[in-house]
Write a protein that binds this ligand. Structure first.
Ligand SMILES: NC(=O)c1ccc[n+]([C@@H]2O[C@H](COP(=O)([O-])OP(=O)(O)OC[C@H]3O[C@@H](n4cnc5c(N)ncnc54)[C@H](OP(=O)(O)O)[C@@H]3O)[C@@H](O)[C@H]2O)c1
Length: 305
């Protein structure tokens, strides 16, 4: 496994991050065991960075992870633990409240407390705002981050699904750096290539973290708009490239993401041990600019102008 620094910090994260969104499965005993196995596989394979959110599995993902830390506390010092907050699901206790975003100080502080308790740890290495709250007050968030930092409960901060203007607004109010912007990047969703997100990351030393890195090909992307013809064209190019590089088509997709000079860190969300391990092969692919553009052309259905 390769490691690189996150943002302008000294934190050395594995180049692939293990995503814990699916580790609870349906929360049955067998799915929870499978989730624990996936985490241990990831650790053994050299992943040292684990991505959580307060809402994954309704809190069960963090709890499963916390059970491992309770059983093997020595593992904590080897890990970078990220968690996120700010999405507030429809509240069952209050039928009036819809699903909403909430960056209020009260909500974020309470959410971090909940994550620490479930994860069985006294600090998060990274805390991210999950999705931009349309009503967010940058000064209030800055104050919240300062409180979390001063208490030692959070070491570093970042955002997720933020547009460049939202990053710029938050940065203008903060006294500490934003280390990462966790965004959807895959062969279907290339918005971040086009809307300035990856440019901003490169300019300001913010690490782009790619969620759903295989969306659109290995399984359907969120809001998939590919036609059958699009998928066939992309798969045909992927098959050719996988033969050339001696790897699986999905590993080519990871190599395509890794090629970007902003240093994209993909999050691997599979709970299948073989896939968690095999993802690392993508790091060894000497991927060419020509193949990068051939895959983009197959995705777009036309050459770049
Ligand atoms: N910030 C955000 O808003 C946000 C949103 C979504 C996700 N995330 C983070 O990103 C992580 C990864 O997201 P994700 O789990 O959606 O993405 P992913 O890693 O691209 O995909 C995981 C899914 O694809 C399947 N899969 C993986 N490799 C495959 C292959 N080679 N062939 C066929 N199927 C394959 C997995 O099934 P198996 O488990 O059966 O292998 C699993 O169902 C999450 O765990 C979470 O930490 C963040």
């Amino acid at each position: 496994m390769k490691h690189s620094k996150l943002g302008n910090s000294t934190i050395e994260s594995s180049r692939f991050i293990y995503g814990c969104m699916r580790i609870a499965g349906d929360n049955s005993t067998s799915d929870r065991s499978k989730g624990k196995r996936a985490i241990m596989t990831a650790l053994d394979a050299g992943y040292n960075h684990f991505d959580h959110a307060d809402i994954y599995g309704g809190g069960a993902s963090e709890s499963i992870f916390g059970e491992i830390l309770a059983e093997q506390p020595h593992l904590r010092e080897k890990m970078i633990i990220t968690s996120k907050a700010g999405i507030r699901p429809k509240n069952n206790d209050d039928s009036y409240a819809p699903t909403r975003y909430d960056f209020s100080q009260k909500y974020l502080l309470a959410s971090v407390e909940g994550s620490l308790k479930r994860l069985n740890t006294d600090h998060l290495d990274l805390f991210l705002l999950h999705r931009p709250d349309y009503l967010f007050d940058a000064n209030e968030v800055a104050e919240t981050f300062a409180l979390l930092k001063a208490s030692g409960k959070v070491k570093h901060f970042g955002v997720s699904n933020f547009k460049p203007s939202q990053v710029a607004l938050l940065k203008s109010a903060l006294s500490m750096p934003l280390l990462v912007n966790q965004v959807e990047i895959n062969i279907h969703n290339i918005d971040t290539l086009l809307d300035g997100t990856l440019d901003q990351c490169q300019q300001h030393g913010i690490t782009p973290i790619a969620w759903c890195p295989l969306g659109g090909v290995a399984y359907s992307a969120w809001g998939n708009t590919f036609s059958v013809e699009d998928e066939q064209r992309i798969e045909s190019e992927l098959n050719n490239q996988s033969k050339k590089y001696g790897c699986a088509p999905w590993q080519v997709i990871l190599a395509w993401l890794l090629q970007h000079p902003a240093n994209v860190f993909p999050i691997i969300g599979s709970t299948t041990p073989e896939r968690i391990i095999a993802a690392k092969q993508a790091l060894a692919i000497d991927y060419s600019r020509e193949d990068w553009y051939r895959l983009l052309e197959a995705r777009n259905g036309q050459a770049v102008p």
